[in-house]
Write a protein that binds this ligand. Structure first.
Ligand code: SF4
Length: 192
């Protein structure tokens, strides 16, 4: 057993990734449909603590550290933390796990928009090159109804900013989230 702190979930495609917890819970935690972190108060782990976990992982895995090609940063929105802290964590990851080809995380659109173009590029260059986003729908009416806290315009703007920086985006949409009455609007606006 390695004495590191872990969050409750990761995307299914990250089953072979090193898991590194930067935050506890979700900074927003108000989407009506989501119960993932409902009982959890959002907090940010100190950079020193996270770097401590990287070193514990490295000591435990030794030469097997090169097995890891990807690392997933937990929890709900690790991208929310300041760029300088993310950068220092990413530099340490790169030092102890040089074989990593991808560092990934969940990222809310507003967290992406808080970063400058230069910061996004710097984060991507040091390895954070893949973001997962729950955009859910392209309809502003539905986004408001589910209390997502973002607009369709923010989804597009933040997505383009991440892509411009060189990041890959994996987006989640909820096909039935508009119910029967807003089904057509959901389909059309999300396709847009
Ligand atoms: S932003 Fe994501 S993790 Fe946070 S409450 Fe909404 S769906 Fe859940």
């Amino acid at each position: 057993m390695i004495d590191v702190e872990l969050g409750p979930i990761r995307p299914p495609s990250e089953h072979q990734s090193l898991l590194l917890r930067l935050t506890r819970g979700c900074s927003w935690n108000r989407c009506f449909f989501c119960g993932l972190y409902k009982g959890m108060r959002f907090s940010v782990r100190s950079t020193e603590e996270v770097i401590g976990d990287i070193k514990k992982y490295a000591a435990y895995y030794g030469e097997r550290a090169s097995f890891f090609k990807s690392c997933f940063l937990q929890d709900g929105d690790a991208f929310n933390i300041p760029a300088k802290d993310l950068l220092s964590i990413l530099h340490t990851l790169k030092k102890y796990f040089p074989a990593l080809q991808a560092v990934t995380t969940y990222a809310r659109c507003d967290s992406i928009l808080k970063k400058t173009e230069t910061e996004l590029q710097a984060l991507c260059e040091v390895g954070l090159n893949h973001l997962y986003r729950g955009i859910e729908t392209g309809s502003d009416t539905i986004l408001q109804k589910i209390n997502k806290g973002i607009t369709a315009e923010q989804i597009v703007k933040s997505g383009l900013a991440a892509k411009k920086a060189g990041m890959t985006l994996s987006e989640f949409t909820l096909l039935g989230i508009g119910g029967k009455s807003l089904s057509e609007e959901n389909a059309i606006e999300t396709a847009k």
